[in-house]
Design a protein around this ligand. Sequence first.
Ligand SMILES: [Zn+2]
Length: 399
Amino acid sequence: MLSRQFGRETVNYFSSSPLNRLSFLRADHPFLSAALKHPSTRFVILKDLAPLTKSPAELYCVQYEEVQKLVPVTIYDKSEEEIIKEYDSRRTSPQLVFLGLDESCKQGGLSWKIYTGAPYFALDVTPKGSEEQQANAKDVLSALEAKELSFLQARVAMTFSADEAAIYAQARALIDWNTRNTFCGTCGHPTVSVNSGTKRACPPIDAARIAEGKPAERPACNTRTTLSNLSFPRTDPTIIVAVISTDAKRILLGRSKRFPPNWYSTLAGFVEPAESVEDAVRREVWEEAGVTLSRVIIHSSQPWPYPANLMIGAIAQVSDPAHEKISLEHDPELEDAKWFDVQEVEEALRVGTSSLGEKAGPDYKEGGLRLPPPTAIANQLIRAATNIDLFAGDNNSKM
Ligand SMILES: [Zn+2]
């Protein structure tokens, strides 16, 4: 019924991971310990957040033997309670995140209770932490580099298949969040990774304090006395919107100074505290372009792991031609905003799309409108806005 009414679901790049995250097993150390060593297990490797690849189009996932030197086999032997109770900030371990189970891999996969598949972890091999950990990381790195693998250096990695992109997005977002939150935001003391890399705790004791002649107990911290005694990964909601004119014959697009010539895109901005998604859409479009919107509908969303955004895509319409007047005077964020005829936008979707910094297709004529590629939600929103059937996604929909 819903698909008949609203069309097929748009599945945006970086979303719809093939992994079953099994979030309820993240504190189950016997499960994680079995998963760590299983022959079907794969590790997504990141160094300074750059993913290990075979080529720019393909992630290279390693097996446990290749990272054993850095990840001791005993890493999940103790329970979370024991790890927190025996915490010593002088001992460091590499950041490991359990990503989930690839259930398409039944043959030879790990079976745990009713779940079977190939476990996936993310591992940060950036040399850091204790001297021993740094030396081990360097050994693992030289062994990988000897295999002619490389870490993909790209501002935004958009060259993987849809499945690999979704796995990499999860790995990158969580490794980045852990890297940025090694100290408690409330008391300033070091935190410890728990829940297989998806939460961080502020331990009440630190054995390292004894060496400094202090009691092992740390000063009180609010994060230990309230219900939310952990820190959780952050996701920043962002709105992004394709705006339709009153007569539905034009689409509002804007450009920032960093865009190449003739390049325009949808308007976007962060959702602020105590603001609905619809209100954020109306505020951003008014602030950046001076246009007043009426109805706002949510179209689809896209995880954007640079570093932790969730792009919430909307289509909106102006209900009165008097509200279409563009003004860049409020917030000088955009260099230009313009109404484009639907026909011109449709032509640009055919011939003028590419990633930022890349050339448009062979049929593109110099001076024509240029737009973001289909991997960007902006493209999907513009496509939907040019279509009478607003909610019909593109052909990569799985739903
Ligand atoms: Zn604290």
